[in-house]
Design a protein around this ligand. Structure first.
Ligand code: SF4
Ligand code: SF4
Length: 402
């Protein structure tokens, strides 16, 4: 099912400050795309989005359309990623790369506070000046919106609210882009997270590239999104434009590179903690942590104390960490997960099983990053299949009453 419903042909965008109505759909010509960037900047946002760097499409500052990966696409498979030229000039004709939006909401390294000694037994606490401008995330895919929702639940959805994350979340504007193609490691259809963008966006774009046409179908998701569009030269979308957008998303859904059977996955994994598959995958895994760093939902971190030599001043920093690191499971008697198979099992069972118990959803959105960026090509969809295949079959009478 597509996120493009109920074609709405509305009044032309207002120039009175409010912008077009929430839920309405419009067309933006490719040549007018710079006006959207100008409007975002006028509204006070720093724009971050896809850009080509070091042979990959990564997220960085967008100053003009020239920073976007125009005419580039990516080819992805287990342990492999490469950029290629497209036959057209699509601005968003690629799938997700090694970066995710978590680097803006949950920075890889963050100064939390400083302690200063004021006398022998007293310290003064100061927090760093707020360094976070409002940001517009340009090019957020459906699976990435699902990942933002998951991290929101982790950082601000419970009793303990992370103040830095909350501040950055309040200042983000999500400009989604619907996928018109799927990558070789994508499986968002299996996880129910894409490829259609359904909610969680301020603006949603679908790039229409058929038969010489190059336009964007723009859907307004929120009043903030509508306000940004004030003055952008849009024209009303016709039902045929909405159908063209739906067709692109349907193409992406049909082209998923991977699939995962999630039926009963919580009990499957937790009921097979001694499966021989854990040892097999653990022998191949390098415990390099790539999968957790590339994953848009992984949130393991460590805190570090950085005192000065006089012991008068101390800084506390937070940095990304990984359950694949031996030291991450260190308790007073040593590591509780001393082998790589144990650490892989911890990662996969948390992601696909105990995440439900902790946060009420899967921890995986099917983006495929952990498959593409694993140096030895470990594929969680294949590992789940292997665990299912190796699971003991229920015997006669199993499932009956005790
Ligand atoms: S576990 Fe892998 S496929 Fe799932 S969200 Fe994380 S990186 Fe993406
Ligand atoms: S599964 Fe792959 S990416 Fe993850 S820690 Fe092991 S070798 Fe590294």
């Amino acid at each position: 099912m597509s996120g493009l419903r109920n074609a709405h042909v509305g009044d032309p965008p207002s120039h009175g400050g409010m912008g077009p109505a929430v839920g309405s759909r419009w067309l933006l010509a490719r040549d007018e795309f710079p006006s959207l960037l100008d409007a975002l900047r006028r509204a006070g946002y720093r724009i971050v989005g896809p850009t080509v760097r070091d042979g990959a499409i990564v997220y960085g500052s967008i100053r003009s359309v020239a920073d976007l990966p125009e005419g580039w696409t990516d080819r992805q498979s287990a342990g492999a990623y490469r950029l290629e030229r497209r036959p057209d000039r699509a601005l968003f004709g690629y799938n997700v790369g090694p970066h995710s939006w978590k680097k803006y909401l949950f920075p890889p390294r963050e100064h939390l506070f400083t302690l200063r000694r004021t006398d022998a037994a007293k310290f003064e606490v100061s927090v760093p000046e707020d360094p976070d401008p409002p940001m517009a995330y340009l090019g957020v895919r459906a699976c990435e919106i699902a990942a933002l929702n998951i991290q929101d639940r982790v950082f601000v959805g419970g009793a303990a609210v992370d103040p830095g994350y909350a501040r950055r979340k309040a200042r983000r504007l999500v400009v989604a882009v619907q996928c018109g193609q799927a990558g070789g490691t994508c499986f968002c259809v299996s996880m129910g997270t894409g490829p259609a963008v359904r909610d969680g966006f301020d603006l949603s774009l679908t790039e229409l590239l058929d038969e010489g046409r190059h336009e964007f179908l723009v859907e307004i998701g929120t009043a903030d999104g509508a306000r940004v569009l004030d003055g952008v030269p849009l024209r009303p979308a016709e039902p045929s434009d909405v159908r063209a957008g739906e067709a692109r998303v349907a193409d992406a859904a049909r082209a998923m590179g991977r699939a995962m059977d999630t039926e009963g996955i919580h009990d499957l994994l937790l009921g097979n903690l001694e499966s021989p598959v854990w040892d097999d995958v653990g022998r191949r895994c390098l415990a390099c942590t790539n999968c957790t760093l590339a994953c848009p939902t992984c949130f393991c971190h460590s805190t570090e104390e950085v005192p000065d030599l006089s012991a008068e001043r101390d800084e506390r920093w937070r940095r990304w960490d990984s359950c694949f690191n031996l030291a991450f499971s260190e308790l007073h008697t040593g590591s509780v997960r001393s082998t790589t198979p144990a650490r892989y099992r911890q990662w996969l069972t948390h992601k696909l099983a105990t995440w439900f118990d902790q946060f009420g959803s899967s921890g995986c959105v099917g983006c495929g990053r952990c498959i593409t960026w694993c140096p030895v090509g470990i594929d969680l969809t294949a590992e789940v299949r292997a665990i299912r295949a190796a699971a003991p079959r229920p015997g006669p009478g199993a499932g009956g009453t005790a």
